[in-house]
Write a protein that binds this ligand. Sequence first.
Ligand code: GUN
Ligand code: ZN
Length: 452
Amino acid sequence: MLRGYRASLLWFAAPALGAQGIRYEEDGLLVVGPNAQGAQVVQAIGSWRALSAQHCRLPVEHLPGRIIAPGFVDMHVHFPQTNVIGSPADGLLPWLEHYTFPEEQRFADPDYAAEAATFFVDELLRNGVTTALAFATSHSSSVNALFAQAQARQMRMITGLCLMDRNAPAALLNQSGPDTDAAEHSLIASEALIQRWHGRDRLGYAITPRFAPTSTDAQLRGAGALAARYPDVWIQSHVAENKDEIAWARTLFPQSRSYLATYAEFGLMRQRAVYAHCIHFDDEDRALMRSTGAVAAISPTSNLFLGSGFFDYAGADRVGFGYGLASDVGGGTSFSPFHTMLAAYYVGREGHSKSGLSLTPQHLWWQHTAGAAQALGLGGVVGNLLPGCEADFVVLNPAATPLLARKTGRATSLAELLFALIVLGDDRLVERTVVAQASAAALHLTAQSACV
Ligand code: GUN
Ligand code: ZN
């Protein structure tokens, strides 16, 4: 069954052009319906004037004054860290020790994990995030809890068992099996989770070494071997976030040219490998990202909150590796993509004095939608509203608050409108989130296009 939505529309009409391919249609029609496999996808998008006659028998929901845009893609977020948001520390390592590791230990309890997973997916959707690459904890029960909640909402979710077999509290280290040590047992558990969840509905698995300092050589080597056996699963980890973390990683893996190179040596850099932060890189690291196809999950609210540093956009663009935006909750301070885009703008301003680069609002939006999807290897699948894309979208109300109404009402260009939304926006802007298989709200038919 096809259905239409009449509203202002925002999408990326020419994926090869990246952010420059952005299109805004003041009075548009979005048509969604099942593809041959039964998935809800975009069937048509364009101006109401051009499309309405062709789709004249379609039930159409009219959303005057609203903007429909692609659902946001969060490239890096921790579902067990919702309660950790806003925990101040001198930097990453004390923050992990004092707040994050104690909280994550609670996820050994399946009931605790299930409640947290329920809140987490609802909060993502409430903020307009329809696809996420998420960390769970080192307990299989936490992975099962998150997949189950995402599946119940037909949401696109990628997660995996957090691999950590040293340098953390015992309750958080992967358990050993009857005849296997912790490293081997964690990889057996990861493979069992791949077979249970990867490719089921809209779910995907990510092999998840937390970061090199909390894994032994044996665990990293095993993770690389597992990745080689499953080329279409994702890999996720952290790298080059904080100076103390880097110094620690260098002492643990002194043979590597750099912290990043450690991952390459264990077979953990390739397409679909996503590294959070990537702040303190040199050009050899950047070239390694490009040549392997690994990508960066830029996490600006986290980097500002933990005092980690500033992602170097000019360096990434000069060498040419992929990236997109991420909340990194709970180092990150917000689930809202608007807060993340604004923080990324501040970070881009910091680099501006050195490089002349200042991020446009179109580029910020792209980094959190089509650009993030492309970095995840999901270009043309999510993060955009071109025909064939899964029909994940948000309905935004640009007049959601008095200040938003006042400011967006005065916008005289697309850049001004998007800047107003990014600077003033939060969850109040997101009136509705629709995921491909099911709509959160009932469809109210308020208009029908006229057949002539
Ligand atoms: N490095 C290793 N673990 C973490 C984590 O949970 N959050 C962040 N921001 N960095 C990390
Ligand atoms: Zn993280």
